[in-house]
Design a protein around this ligand. Sequence first.
Ligand SMILES: [Zn+2]
Length: 108
Amino acid sequence: MDFPPFCPYCQSRDVVPRATGLKIFGAIGIVVGAAGAFKASLKALQVLQSGSVALPGIALTGIASAVLTAMSASALGCEIGTKAGAQLDRMLLGNRFCRSCKRSFIYL
Ligand SMILES: [Zn+2]
């Protein structure tokens, strides 16, 4: 029961899935996530500098945790951005594109 959708405008079966918004908003998500990661890294560095005694081992641990925080923050930002982008794409642009009449529509 998985028929390909047909176009509600011209009844054509020449319909392709589209995901234009996905990449754009996913990229925005990465940027937002990276910005958050940069902040987190700065905070970690401030903690490092405020310490009166910084042994190489401790400093390395601080930097490693800052890097890990940065990586996870950008991954999280990307995931949220991609999900929001997919939702926006469905709401505003439609997720199917008719190649006969060049219109997009929503098919669930
Ligand atoms: Zn059409």
